[in-house]
Each structure stands twice: as C-alpha cells, then as structure tokens.
Ligand binder design. Sequence first.
Ligand code: PMP
Length: 289
Amino acid sequence: MNIWLDGNLVEESEAKISVFDHGLLYGDGVFEGIRFYKGRVFRLEEHITRLMDSAKAIVLSMPWTHEEICRATCETVAANGLSDGYIRLVVTRGAGELGLNPYLCPKPSMFIIASSIKLYPDEHYRNGLKIITCATRRPTPAALMPQVKSLNYLNNIMAKVEAIQANALEAVMLNEQGYVAECTGDNLFIMKKGEMHTPLISDGALDGITRAVIIELAEKLGVPVIERSLNRYDIFTADECFLTGTAAEVIPVVELDKRTIGDGRPGPFTQQFLGAYQELVNSSGTPVR
Ligand code: PMP
C-alpha cells in the first residue's frame, strides 16, 4: 500500500509520524473520510473545503492549497490501483514540544490512506438497523465546535462503546438540551407524512457531506426538507428513519431503544434515497487520473 505523507508516496512501512506530533499527543488535528467509486472521488471538492474550514477553525495553517490536496488525494488512489474504496486524509498539528502550545509545532503533517471500509453488514441495508440512545452527550458548541472534524473523537468513541455494549451498531447522541444531534458517525433523518426532517447543525451535528447530498436529492424529488430540533419523540413516532454518512451511505433504522419505528421495515422513502444516492455516486465524481 502506498501512503501519501508530506508530499511523497511512500510504502506503508515507511509512513511514520513522530511521537511528538500533537495530533497523537493531544488529538490536535483534523481529518476527512472520503469515498471513491469506479475510479472517481465522490464530492472531493466539498470534503477538501470542509477540511480547510476545520483547519482554519482550529488555527492550523495549511501549507497546502485546496488544489494541491485534491491532486494528492487522487494521486494516492491512482498509486494504489484501486477503483472503489475509502480515503482517510489526516492533517496533524505536527511535531513540537511537550505541552499544549500549538505555536511550538512549526510544521503540520498530512497523510492520505486509500483503502477500503465496510461499516455495516449488507443485511442491515435490507432489514434496517436497531439502534439505541446513549447517555454520552454531544459536547456543546461552546466547548467543541461540532462542525470541526477534528482528531478528538473520544466523545463519539465513548458513545460507540455504549452502542456495542447494548448490542447495537449505532447510537443516537443527544445534546445538552436533550435534542437529537446525530449518531456517533452518521447524520440522522426521519420521514413523517411525506416530509423529511433532520436536526439542525447547530444542535450539535457534523455538517455531513452525505447529509447535504440527501437534502439535494430530496429537493430534486420534490420531498419537503425541514431542518429543525428533533427529540426522541420525533424518532419514535416517525414513519421512517435513516442515517447518512460517507462510509455508511444511506442506511435504514427500524428500531430505537427497542421501540419499533414505522412498521419495523425500511420504508419506501429510505429505499428511494438509498437508490438515488447509489446512482449518484456511481455516475459522478472527480476522476483520479
Ligand atoms: N457525524 C459524524 C460524527 C461523523 O463522523 C460523520 C462522518 N463519518 C458524519 C456525521 C457523516 O458525515 P459525512 O456524510 O460527511 O461522512
């Protein structure tokens, strides 16, 4: 496997980061998860824009331009001879002194891995996920901005631990006020009376690229989209529920906290959006060469 590291494609065994890197010491850095299908990177521009915005929000000045990062991403996929897979792009604060001060880290590091990912077994796309609400809350934006896709994922990991311990594959995370923010690695949508509802970004969700694509598709299909605060009541009483994410794509949810959603099967809107999404990813994107 060839890894892109600070400007060079190197063998996996040569792709090394310093133990003094603040990305490792403090989770000080940002990342992106991107998919490519049939040799084309899906929504590359949007992912790199979010990466640059995340970096800007944490005062990490990038030595690479948007275009250079897009090129490096495509180069990494091409160098590995892959046609379908998942890209993990990580920017760390770089090596510095011990201590939090990011200004003592002179040079950020960037690495890009092109590999594969399988989040959920196929049967869950057919039958739907059974998920739980976890006790771990999304941090308030006053503590950690939810739009920043930072290397600080411990909050989501602790929520994921709760899900796994409850035999579930995902967990709904509420914000401090008890409103639904998102799941540990996916955005959440419900369908009610033919309308699509999804939590506001300001309720603690990551501004998901897949979320934006689904909203676009809904608007194209004439489905009204309402971004508003949702609570568990809205999910319990929804006709349908589904999650979106780069890795998960669109996955139905049929149960929350042992309560059946709708008729307990993936609903027609969910199936329509999953189909439309798959069609789109297979027919668009930035060619890697
Ligand atoms: N929320 C969280 C916390 C995430 O980590 C992700 C990405 N896995 C998402 C939502 C979905 O975002 P995207 O559609 O951009 O992958």
